[in-house]
Ligand binder design. Structure first.
Ligand SMILES: Nc1ncnc2c1ncn2[C@@H]1O[C@H](COP(=O)(O)OP(=O)(O)OP(=O)(O)O)[C@@H](O)[C@H]1O
Length: 372
């Protein structure tokens, strides 16, 4: 795609069979967006990212929009704009934030999206809405499953496949029903058919980067799986991917979680803001999935299809509620007993522990050793 004489030229941006979201995107004029956002006033500012600011606005026909205004045009910003519009033109999924329109002026590039009234997941976990605790356990798991489905669509259902490369809490937006929509495709990478991985310059956000990508720029679908694993840990624990400790030290969420997971202290892992209101079996499953996703060795991580299936196992668990309740009493007793054990004994005890199936234990023991 090229930006030529102020006109964006791309076959893919026409309404093709891929379907530009709802087929209702259009080109906006700068004047229109200026008016809709009250002159890009600071009062309308929703947030700021690496490439520019996002403003709330209302069009003359009453539609609430979010306008991303790229700051100073340079080749990087131009590339981000081109990639984002190109990718948005290909995707259509209930859990992906599609394109409402764009504007290309002489020295302005703006992208228009639907406004998401509950803003980003980041604002609910660590930002201005964190104290309200609107994200109960059910919503958190719904956000995890929806986001995973959006990523799975990118990996499997679009041709060529798309790797998002910047899965993180600020890029998961929430609509009025708290349904998640994965956003921000500026770093996305299109993967030609038959190619399993590529080597590129590293883009993304610290704390969410898969080791092979951060160190060697090796990008594959598995990098999104890793970032999703971090996001899942964040959803369960309410902690940031990297936290600052006194004395300037930093600790990653995996460093913090690993010993608790290894000792089976699942209750200690869950966000205290939930005040104990969560389903233990779902927590166990979510932590299990997260631990699989954040394994250092990319080949050992599940793909997004497996992640979605594992997370959806929740619904199945719910149907067995009477059985699992009995199990969870046993589970508490086991946890207490496990607390008393040495690390070596703990491993043996976990292997014979009744709540987890042998396969689960097998899956779970391996990632614990390699996490972080
Ligand atoms: N469609 C939208 N509806 C509501 N709020 C939005 C929308 N799009 C973006 N925002 C808000 O604007 C903020 C900035 O978004 P942006 O994508 O520019 O940056 P970021 O994801 O925070 O950072 P980065 O540049 O590192 O990706 C988001 O965190 C979100 O709170």
């Amino acid at each position: 795609m090229k930006v030529k004489d102020g006109i964006l030229t791309s076959k893919l941006c026409r309404p093709t069979s891929f379907g530009v979201v709802n087929n209702t995107w259009r080109i906006f004029t700068y004047k229109e967006l200026h008016a809709a956002t009250n002159g890009f006033s600071d009062d309308n500012k929703l947030g700021e990212g690496g490439f520019g600011s996002v403003y709330w606005g209302r069009t003359s026909d009453g539609l609430q929009i979010a306008v991303k205004k790229l700051k100073a045009m340079n080749s990087k910003a131009e590339m981000e704009f081109a990639v984002e519009v190109e990718v948005l033109g290909r995707v259509r999924h209930k859990n992906l934030l599609g394109l409402r329109g764009y504007c290309v002026g002489d020295d302005q590039r703006l992208i228009v999206y639907d406004y998401m009234p509950n803003l980003s997941l980041l604002s609910h976990l660590h930002g201005q809405f964190a104290v309200d605790v609107q994200l109960n356990w059910q919503r958190r798991m719904n956000i995890a499953i929806g986001s995973a489905e959006g990523i799975l669509y990118l990996h499997r259902e679009v041709t060529p496949h798309i790797i998002h490369r910047d899965i993180k809490a600020s890029n998961v937006l929430l609509n009025s029903e708290f349904e998640p929509l994965v956003a921000d495709f500026g770093f996305a990478k299109l993967i030609p058919e038959g190619v399993s991985h590529m080597t590129t310059r590293v883009k993304g956000t610290l704390g969410y980067l898969a080791p092979e990508y951060a160190m060697w720029g090796k990008v594959s679908e598995s990098c999104d799986v890793y970032s999703f694993g971090i996001l899942l840990l964040e959803l369960v624990t309410g902690r940031k991917p990297i936290e600052k400790l006194p004395g300037g030290l930093k600790r990653t969420i995996t460093e913090w979680a690993e010993p608790l997971i290894a000792k089976g202290k699942l209750r200690d892992l869950v966000d205290p803001k939930l005040r104990g209101n969560f389903d233990e079996n779902q927590v166990k499953q979510a932590i299990n999935v997260a631990a699989l996703c954040v394994q250092s060795e990319a080949e050992k991580r599940p793909n997004m299809k497996e992640v979605v299936n594992l997370l959806k196992g929740f619904e199945y668990e719910e149907k067995k509620v009477t059985v699992t309740r009995i199990d969870s009493i046993k589970y508490d007793e086991e946890l207490l007993a496990l607390d008393q054990l040495s690390d070596k004994d703990h491993d043996d005890a976990t292997a014979s522990y009744g709540v987890f199936s042998a396969i689960e234990v097998q899956k779970m023991k391996d990632p614990y050793k390699r996490m972080g």
